[in-house]
Ligand binder design. Structure first.
Ligand code: 8OZ
Length: 370
């Protein structure tokens, strides 16, 4: 018998099964405020052992795409409270993914049309998605960023701390996942091709990881380590990031994370949403290094898993929980379908991001209705 459908506790958060809904950007929250359609979408997926929300900006400066939600206004927090209430009423658990995009943004999305901030002044070879006042949208090159002054960094850490407090107290989340992956702000500091700083946040691996640890420190002190998690993506090239020695960098990161009693550590294996073998990387060695350093958090793996892969990973101890992305978009009752070996609906990739409202969002049927 597989443990995939057995309960597990991740820090302070108890789950009824080990099938997790991965964070999935959907661009359906105009003005950065979660709405009734978003409530329905998450409610439909509440049988997941855990829902991780789509990436959610901790501040206006942390915004990088049209119609993604935030955590920084009264309206957004009230909108999220409706989501968390609906998920809890349906017996589910939900954490928010706390996001600062760094340089993956556009001046038109920033406070006072300012430059996005980063570890660097170098523009990413990357696109973002913008919506014009008339409702038409399209991809656009990201803007040139400005490197954060050393003196501004405590303010960034403070932004994460405040967002975590509001996520728990006002929005009703069970915990938070710090977005340390996919080429956004924390990853821009981590990776050697982007971080060209000469202060204590650049250069050595220890320096490049400093911001991430300051954020983990502040958030765990604020809301408790058992409600704090983090996502990393050691080799993903998203957002034009790479590293000279990802194995060494991320071994240092997980060994440091072992000092906190975190809820879980979430690893994107390979290229996010793409090839699992994108670059050579020894994920078992990473897991072993975490455990050898005394790490006790649950190990969550992600990227292209199907049921057989998830069962194999969990029952062999390579993972404690597995996060599914696209299958959860198209199958609100994914847990039941996996358990019953029922067919899965394919994802409608034309309607992943934005604009189309319920279509390709809340109109995927559950098994009985299919
Ligand atoms: C897809 C489109 C826009 C953003 C990530 C938050 O990769 C994202 C994202 C994914 O982490």
């Amino acid at each position: 018998m597989t443990k995939l459908f057995e309960p597990i506790t991740l820090g302070d958060i108890s789950l009824t099964n080990r099938v997790v809904m991965a964070p999935l950007t959907r661009n359906r929250s105009p003005n950065a405020v979660p709405n009734e359609l978003n409530v329905e979408y998450y409610r439909q997926r509440a049988t997941a052992g855990l829902i991780i929300t789509e990436a959610t900006a901790i501040t206006h400066q942390g915004q990088g795409y049209a119609d993604v939600p935030g955590l920084y206004t009264k309206e957004a927090l009230a909108g999220w409270k409706k989501v968390t209430d609906a998920v809890h009423a349906a017996g589910g658990k939900i954490v928010v993914q706390m996001w600062h995009v760094g340089r993956i943004s556009h001046t038109t999305l920033q406070p006072n049309d300012g430059k996005p901030v980063s570890s660097t002044n170098k523009r990413a070879n990357a696109k973002t998605y913008l919506v014009n006042a008339d409702g038409t949208g399209g991809f656009a090159d990201v803007s040139e960023p400005r490197a954060l002054e050393t003196s501004e960094i405590p303010g960034i850490v403070e932004d994460y701390r405040k967002a975590a407090r509001a996520a728990i107290d006002e929005a009703g989340f069970d915990g938070v996942e710090i977005h340390g992956a996919n080429g956004y702000l924390l990853d821009q500091f981590l990776r050697s091709n982007v971080n060209d700083r000469t202060d204590q946040y650049g250069g050595s691996i220890e320096n490049r990881a400093r911001l991430l640890f300051e954020v983990v420190d502040a958030v765990t002190k604020e809301i408790g380590a058992g409600r704090t998690a983090i996502r990393i993506s050691p080799v993903t090239p998203s957002g034009d990031v790479s590293d000279a020695d990802p194995q060494k960098l991320f071994t240092y990161v997980v060994e440091g994370l072992a000092n906190y009693g975190l809820s879980y550590i979430h690893i994107v294996e390979g290229q996010t949403g793409g090839a699992r073998d994108f670059l050579p990387f020894d994920y078992d060695a990473l897991h072993a290094a975490y455990k050898a350093a005394g790490g006790k958090a649950a190990w969550m793996t992600n990227n292209g898993y199907d049921k057989d892969m998830a069962v194999a990973a969990i029952d062999s101890g390579k993972a404690d929980v597995v996060a599914f992305g696209k299958p959860f978009i198209a199958n609100p009752d994914l847990v039941r379908r996996l358990k019953e070996n029922a067919p899965l609906t394919a994802v409608d990739s034309a309607n992943l991001y934005g604009g189309q409202g319920a279509k390709g969002y809340t109109d995927y049927p559950a098994l009985d209705a299919a």
